[in-house]
Ligand binder design. Structure first.
Ligand code: FAD
Length: 360
């Protein structure tokens, strides 16, 4: 039997769980994480949408939550750009625009309202992306919104094994590990970079590559780059997940990834243990506090009585009774009583982490 003790156990590694872990580690707590897989932000890009409303609602907490998240993204070597009062319109793979206040650096330069020549680049043989369609839709949506950017579709050729079905995932993998692929991609994009101010390309710059490598690539090309989030799971989202996990591990967080929590054992108003579904292995995780960050589909773990949360983010029943004094709920789990997007996940992750520190 393996025995562990943590000050805090977080169930879930989405945007809310990650922020709670960051907050607790920053306050010196010993933290463990159990997660079945990656968070929903991997389906998108991890962008943080228009922050102004939420900032008005809870300015102090929101500023601190965002600052802490951004600082850790920077230390993880995946810096975000932007500010609370700024809104940028970034292109999407479906040819629309997403209004964001912050985005990972590899998306940020795609701002649509500037008067620039943008090349939307597809890859010959890759069926999951059609540059003509995306460029045409972007031009249409840009005109509709009075944006000045002009989008032109381009195509490049990259070496693909004969008869293989090429996917962006394969290319992203090669970008991480194969310097010949890096050079090949540079050469293929160079002619386009001479005619365009911005190259927009579906996620290709690695599943684990960090700031310096992508920055060097862009610098050598001498043209701004913006990735598009691919059809899920998106490569920019997977990259963010991988670098954040590596950063949290480096800072002492202990991950039990790939395992599902089946049950919380709550006795006398206290969560005592969790039942983890681990085949052929016996695991005992002891903890002082527990945060549920399992997203919109795993509400049942708290039980049917769950109605709302109190000011510390502890789940309560309809009559206001706290379900367990050491149990907290965050992120999309609260979609009925709050929002469901990355802004709310960061805010509630931070608030729960701080609640635990204050109540110790
Ligand atoms: C396609 C798509 C695009 C989106 N785009 C955006 C966007 O651009 N901007 C934005 O702000 N929001 C966007 N969202 C919403 C945003 O992704 C979510 O609101 C936010 O990421 C939710 O984070 P979370 O941490 O609450 O939950 P989740 O991201 O759902 O994470 C849940 C975590 O819990 C784990 N888990 C679940 N059950 C268990 C269990 N029983 N045991 C152990 N682990 C478990 C999962 O493996 C996962 O790690 C998008 C959502 C989708 C689906």
């Amino acid at each position: 039997m393996e025995n562990y003790h943590f000050d805090l156990i977080v169930i879930g590694a989405g945007m809310s769980g990650m922020t709670a872990v960051i907050t607790a580690l920053n306050q010196g707590l010993r933290v463990g994480i159990v997660n079945t897989g990656f968070g929903l932000f991997v389906f998108g890009s991890g962008c943080i949408e228009n922050c102004q409303t939420l900032h008005k609602e809870a300015p102090e907490n929101f500023n601190k939550a965002i600052d802490l998240f951004l600082e850790n993204a920077r230390l993880a070597e995946c810096p975000f750009y932007g500010s609370i009062n700024e809104i940028r319109y970034l292109p999407t793979i479906m040819g629309g625009f997403q209004a964001v206040s912050f985005a990972p650096f590899y998306l940020w330069k795609g701002n649509a309202s500037e008067s620039i020549r943008s090349a939307v680049v597809g890859i010959n043989g890759v069926s999951s992306f059609n540059a003509d369609y995306t460029a045409e839709r972007l031009n249409y949506t840009a005109k509709f919104n009075d944006f000045k950017t002009n989008y032109v579709a381009k195509e490049i050729n990259l070496s693909i094994k004969p008869k293989s079905v090429a996917s962006m995932l394969q290319f992203a993998n090669r970008f991480d590990f194969d310097s010949r692929f890096y050079d090949e991609l540079q050469e293929a994009l160079k002619p386009i970079s001479r005619e365009a101010d911005l190259i927009i390309i579906p996620g290709i710059f690695g599943l684990r590559s960090k700031f310096q490598k992508i920055y060097d690539f862009e610098h050598e090309l001498d043209c701004n780059l913006c990735e598009l989030s691919n059809i899920p799971p998106s490569i920019p989202g997977l990259r963010l997940f991988n670098v954040l996990i590596a950063h949290l591990r480096k800072n002492g967080a202990e991950f039990f990834s790939g395992f599902s929590v089946k049950n919380l054992e709550i006795k006398n108003g206290h969560c005592q243990t969790i039942e983890v579904d681990i085949p052929a292995r016996s695991l005992c995780i002891d903890f002082d506090s527990i945060i549920l960050a399992t997203g919109q589909f795993s509400k049942s773990l708290i039980g049917l009585d769950f109605f709302d949360v109190d000011e510390w983010l502890r789940p309560i029943t309809k009559s206001g009774t706290v379900i367990a004094d050491n149990l907290y709920a965050i992120g999309d789990l609260l979609r009925n009583v709050g929002g469901n997007d990355n802004r709310h996940s960061i805010l509630t992750g931070y608030r729960a982490g701080m609640s635990i520190v204050e109540r110790r």
